[in-house]
Design a protein. Structure first.
Length: 149
């Protein structure tokens, strides 16, 4: 009986250790509903999971920067973040600006990201991109194997 209890405890510890060291990879994410991303990234934050941004992370996807701790995020040379003001589909399907949504985005972004956005004129309907050296000056490059698992 003791042996099986020991095995169960060992299995549970192994599962919790692997969950804490899991890695979420973001690439080719065009965004979507703000609430969906808040929920998803809050779960990532609570799990202790790391995030590798390896490609496009646009629109609401960029909320990862404000929800997941900076120390848990790295970027590859392919990473591109795209920021714009929030919108909702109007009655005819065309985008209608959402001041409430834009304020929600703004409030969640960390100060260094807000500063970068402000220095480029602020959030607007036009997408602005953060990538390359500018991005790597804010977030570490994913270099070692432990980040890329």
């Amino acid at each position: 009986m003791r042996k099986s209890a020991t095995l169960i405890v060992a299995a549970l510890l192994a599962m919790s250790a692997s969950a804490a060291s899991a890695t979420m990879r973001i690439s080719d994410d065009i965004g979507g509903r703000i609430g969906t991303y808040v929920d998803q990234y809050s779960a990532v934050k609570n799990s202790g999971e790391r995030v590798v941004i390896d490609g496009a992370c646009l629109s609401a996807c960029t909320l990862v920067l404000g929800i997941v701790p900076r120390s848990k995020i790295c970027v590859t040379r392919r990473a591109t973040l795209g920021f714009h003001a929030a919108w909702m589909p109007g009655p005819n399907g065309k985008p209608v600006p959402s001041n409430v949504g834009t304020q929600a985005l703004w409030d969640m972004y960390p100060a260094h990201v807000r500063h970068w956005i402000t220095s480029r004129g602020g959030l607007s309907a036009k997408m602005m991109f953060l990538r390359g050296r500018e991005l790597m000056s804010m977030y570490p490059e994913c270099r070692n194997d432990s980040w890329m698992q």
